[in-house]
Design a protein around this ligand. Structure first.
Ligand SMILES: Cc1cc2nc3c(=O)[nH]c(=O)nc-3n(C[C@H](O)[C@H](O)[C@H](O)COP(=O)(O)OP(=O)(O)OC[C@H]3O[C@@H](n4cnc5c(N)ncnc54)[C@H](O)[C@@H]3O)c2cc1C
Length: 566
């Protein structure tokens, strides 16, 4: 550590901590990231970088780094349901390769496949570009104490020696067994265990050449007992992750049994090498609160969900984006007390929404346990063929929602936040598989291609942005500029009066967009009290006329101890 008091101490260099460090660095905010391991990834978990995360990567100028990762862009992304790789196929969802998949109309980006052992190094390289970001690997947070003016953290260095570091703010991105959450005494609420699952990484060169199902991203194995296993292509080449799905009963699976299950999945003997085995618990949990005045939680530290859907890391990175500009604002003096308080208010309902959908996806995947294939479906011949087709068509329909979830990735909103100015407009229908863009306050500012070839998304990030669609907007925009200047808040005015499509998507002549790319206020004329709008969105005044969002989450108290697996 080079400074006596660092502005932000981040604990945990998983993808969420790395993204937070990167975004803070990009904003010029000094921070230090401590990580207890050496940063090596032995079991890559996530591999789907969602569309919103890709929009952040675009903002940071690193979208091409993800697109050019070693993951093969010509590898088919099909999801296939089979008896075994050499046995019967029930059906499949054909999915394009990354090269073939077009960007959806709602975005300038698309979701990408980039496994954690490729994605984390990209985020680390991005964050390392900024001199204000300091990394300390093999350094563990042991304890901390919070006062009105700062936080004193106790760290253990690689030699095992403890030392103290003072910081203004501490963020726990320390994962499922978060020490930060534990020390704050914040309980997790929800379902502590959905399944006890065992992940096995195995190597087999050119596995697709050993069977007739072709290259696919994921195979779901369905036997007479229903869904029992999945195998995904981690690197699109030689490494495969097998998940023995399990159920609510915890039991150790020995390597001999694992080997037998791999052979059952293949349906014939073949050569493979087991690289690692990781038992873990699939959970449905959201932290009761996302922090205190100076200590915050982000990522798996405050929400744990089934990986079905690929929402975990993507939700965590969106936490980091929400928190980062707010930390910048208060550290630079233009953000008020409501701003950091709004972090948990904005993000907790988003986490609850994602967690529930992830569990629903798990339920759909396991629907084949409630309705297993009929015995005839495992027999050759035309009758068996017909039974397989009928069963497979049913399962294909059941599973669709997991593969198409643009609404989950783009459709969350902060309308009820104390730092967003509501406009009384009706909430759009909350959909999972589709998303209709809206400029309603609190929502992600819509993507529209502009006449200069850029996206509206490219306008956002470093400051507040006032989009002006009205011709002759100068008097109105000047009142915003004056109010922002008086308060030292960074504001850029963008004249879009020629952009009719964008005006339609944003739904008003003036739209104020926050540094994270969410709409803060909109109206057809500048408000009478512009200063009050600015004070609300920078957290010095609470927005009025709002009711809190309803939380539909079940409420079992759970504390995941520091020793428990993910
Ligand atoms: C099989 C599987 C597949 C998945 N697929 C996807 C997917 O496709 N897309 C997706 O979005 N999500 C996916 N997820 C979820 C995703 O992997 C997690 O949500 C994500 O890794 C969480 O990131 P994080 O940075 O919050 O936590 P972690 O990745 O758990 O990182 C936490 C870090 O903190 C460190 N740490 C802990 N305690 C301390 C301490 N006291 N001091 C210092 N350092 C500490 C740890 O060593 C660790 O490096 C998947 C999960 C699984 C299990």
């Amino acid at each position: 550590m080079t400074n006596p008091k660092i502005p932000v101490l981040i604990v945990g260099a998983g993808p969420v901590g790395l993204a937070l460090a990167g975004d803070l660095g990009w904003r010029g905010v000094q921070c230090c990231l401590v990580e207890k391991s050496d940063g090596s990834i032995y079991q890559p978990k996530m591999d789907m970088v969602g569309i919103r995360t890709m929009e952040f990567c675009r903002r940071w100028g690193i979208a091409s780094w993800v697109e050019n990762s070693p993951y093969p862009r010509d590898y088919p992304q099909d999801n296939v349901w089979v008896e075994s790789l050499t046995g019967f196929e029930f059906g499949r969802e054909r999915m394009p390769t990354k090269d073939e998949e077009p960007c959806p109309a709602q975005s300038a980006q698309k979701r990408e496949r980039c496994p954690q052992d490729m994605f984390d190094p990209i985020l680390r390289r991005f964050a390392s570009q900024f001199g204000v970001v300091e990394f300390s690997y093999r350094t563990e947070l042991v304890d901390f104490s919070e006062t009105k003016t700062g936080v004193l953290a106790t760290l253990r260095d690689p030699k095992g020696e403890q030392y103290h570091v003072a910081c203004d703010y501490l963020v726990g991105t320390d994962g499922a067994a978060s020490v930060v959450r534990e020390k704050l005494g914040i309980p997790m609420r929800g379902e502590p265990v959905l399944t006890y699952t065992t992940n096995v990484i195995f190597r087999c060169r050119d596995l697709p050449s050993l069977h007739d199902k072709g290259k696919a991203y994921r195979f779901i194995f369905i036997g007479p007992e229903g869904t029992w296993l999945t195998i995904v292509a981690i690197d699109g080449a030689n490494r495969w992750r097998m998940s023995i799905i399990g159920d609510k009963s915890k039991r150790e699976i020995l390597e001999t049994e694992i080997r037998a299950l791999i052979l059952r999945a293949m349906g014939k003997p073949f050569e493979f090498e087991i690289e690692s085995i990781m038992p873990w618990a699939r959970r449905e949990l959201v932290a009761e609160s996302f922090g205190t005045e100076r200590v915050f939680l982000a990522g798996d530290a405050c929400h744990l969900m089934s990986p079905t859907g690929g929402f975990g890391m993507n939700t965590g990175i969106a936490d980091a984006i929400d928190l980062s500009w707010k930390l910048e604002a208060v550290l630079k003096g233009w953000g008020g007390p409501e701003l950091l308080r709004s972090y948990g208010i904005e993000r907790k309902p988003v986490a609850e929404r994602a967690v529930k959908e992830a569990s629903a996806n798990l339920g759909r995947m396991l629907a084949a346990r409630r309705k297993a294939p009929p015995e005839i479906a495992f027999r050759p011949g035309p009758e068996g063929e017909a039974a397989r087709r009928e069963y497979g068509d049913w399962y294909t329909e059941v599973m669709k929602q997991e593969w198409y979830s643009t609404g989950i990735h783009l459709g969350f909103n902060y309308y009820h936040s104390p730092v967003v100015c509501p406009d009384g407009s009706a909430a759009p229908h909350d959909q999972v598989s589709d998303y209709v863009q809206t400029g309603r306050p609190g929502h992600r500012a819509p993507h529209v291609w502009l006449k200069d070839g850029g996206s509206t998304l490219d306008l956002f990030g470093r400051s507040f942005v006032l989009l002006c669609f009205a011709p002759n907007h100068q008097p109105g925009s000047n009142s915003f500029v004056d109010a922002a200047e008086e308060r030292g808040i960074p504001l850029k005015v963008v004249d879009l009066d020629e952009e009719r499509e964008a005006r339609e998507a944003y739904g008003a002549d003036y739209v104020l967009v926050r540094p994270d790319g969410h709409v803060a206020w909109r109206g057809n004329s500048p408000p009478e009290r512009v200063g009050s709008i600015i004070d609300t969105v920078r957290g010095f005044e609470k927005a009025t006329d709002r009711s809190p969002p309803k939380s539909g989450h079940s409420s079992k108290d759970t504390t995941v101890s520091a020793g428990s697996a993910h």
